[in-house]
Design a protein around this ligand. Structure first.
Ligand code: ATP
Ligand code: MG
Length: 392
């Protein structure tokens, strides 16, 4: 018989009345993620997603790997289904998990019976299967407190399922249940992590990237597209809006006091991002800002930047240490790309002595001669939309 995957739902279980909406979204997301790997049936019963290959052509290993990146899932079990009957359960356990059992020093069986018509309760079932395994593999000991290996038996509606230890799922909430947000994606370490963290809360993402050709190279743009593609492993396909920023940066350089360059530039980024976000149905902006990390990330500087827009700005990394951010960047696989040495437009025309405690009035004054509307309109008209996805 085929293998099947059981994915256990996380916080959705707490969702009361909205639960069906959450489950339906998760089901759609899972089906979409499985599609590149062949025909799989996907259903949700009792807080569990059942994923079953429908024919021999399915890439079961590829699909299993993809299960680990779906938000809304707390754990992933790869199982072998069998008849709800003791002999079948025991034989399946030996056939499917025998090698793991023979390699372990101690084991236990943990059972769950959601089909209450099954004649043994969970404890009896564990004892029965555990006893038979101990007899069949004399070199392994039963240890119910600290077993090296655990065999799981789940007696559910249509079948019994036998599996080894579950893998951790991606956690969070299903992508899309929390609306859409626009991530300001630079080529750095922080913004991909910030995007991932907001996506994890069920938010669908879109990205905006500002680039200043020829001050920044095509390679810098490719790097950002690659970062976005890496993020799609978790957050699903995305659109990246690539906004030409050269004219704006030159206008700032030519007309504004140097100590405010970065702040004025960041205000433009916020305003343009907000315009695109509104046009594309995004309800918030997401940045990788982190308190105290650089001059533009003091409380005062962030207040000035944020005052340029009305949409909420989510800054999930605000209170984290760099090391914590790097740990997540490594986990989600963006770190290696983030540290490739290409210039970001933020490092073009960097002030020698940036103002760390600016006021809004000072910055307003420093950029009053700029034609914001015209510059923003032209930048938006110059935007290139690129779609990125994990598979192809
Ligand atoms: P990161 O590691 O994400 O680049 P950072 O620590 O370098 O962040 P800044 O360069 O001050 O910080 O940028 C702060 C935030 O502004 C970034 O996290 C990102 O969200 C946004 N940002 C910066 N540069 C760009 C850009 N070229 N395009 C889009 N967003 C940007
Ligand atoms: Mg940066």
């Amino acid at each position: 018989m085929n293998e099947i995957f059981l994915l256990k739902l996380g916080e959705i279980v707490l969702k009361g009345g909205n639960r069906f909406q959450f489950e339906n979204r998760l089901k759609t997301n899972v089906s979409r993620r499985m599609r590149p790997f062949g025909d799989f049936s996907v259903r949700i019963v009792q807080s569990t997603v059942y994923i079953e290959p429908e024919n021999e052509n399915c890439d079961v290993d590829g699909a299993w790997e993809a299960c680990h990146y779906i938000f809304g899932v707390v754990s992933c079990c790869r199982c072998r289904p069998c008849e709800k009957e003791l002999d079948a359960i025991f034989e399946t356990a030996m056939e499917y998990l025998g090698d793991d059992l023979r390699a372990a020093k101690s084991f236990k069986v943990e059972s769950k019976r959601s089909d209450k018509r099954f004649p043994l309760n969970s404890i009896q079932l564990s004892q029965e299967i555990g006893g038979r395994i101990a007899e069949a593999v004399p070199e392994i000991e039963v240890d119910v407190h600290h077993p090296q290996y655990t065999v799981y038996v789940e007696v559910r509606d249509r079948a019994a399922y036998v599996h080894g230890p579950a893998d951790a799922g991606a956690g969070g909430l299903p992508t899309g249940v929390g609306g859409r947000a626009m991530v300001l994606l630079s080529g750095g370490i922080d913004s991909p992590v910030a995007g991932y963290m907001i996506a994890k809360r069920g938010v669908e993402l879109e990205c905006v990237h500002f680039f200043s050709y020829p001050y920044t190279s095509e390679l810098a743009k490719d790097k950002v597209l690659e970062l976005a593609r890496l993020m799609t492993r978790y957050c699903g396909r995305m659109t990246v809006n690539i906004v030409g920023f050269t004219e704006i940066q030159e206008a700032i350089r030519d007309n504004c006091a140097e100590e405010f360059f970065t702040l004025i530039m960041r205000r433009f980024m916020m305003m343009i991002s907000e315009r695109i976000a509104n046009d594309h149905g995004c309800g918030a902006l997401v940045t990788g800002e982190n308190l105290g990390q650089v001059a533009s990330q003091t409380m005062q500087a962030m207040a000035v930047t944020a005052s340029a827009v009305e949409l909420p700005i989510f800054q999930p990394l605000i209170g984290m240490d760099k090391e914590e951010i790097v740990t997540i960047a490594r986990k989600i696989g963006t770190m290696e790309t983030s540290i490739l040495p290409y210039e970001d437009c933020c490092t073009v025309f960097t002030p020698r002595h940036p103002k760390t405690k600016p006021t809004k009035a000072q910055v307003d004054k420093a950029c009053e001669m700029l034609d914001f509307d015209g510059l923003i309109d032209r930048a938006i008209a110059n935007t290139e939309l690129i779609k990125v996805r994990w598979n192809g």
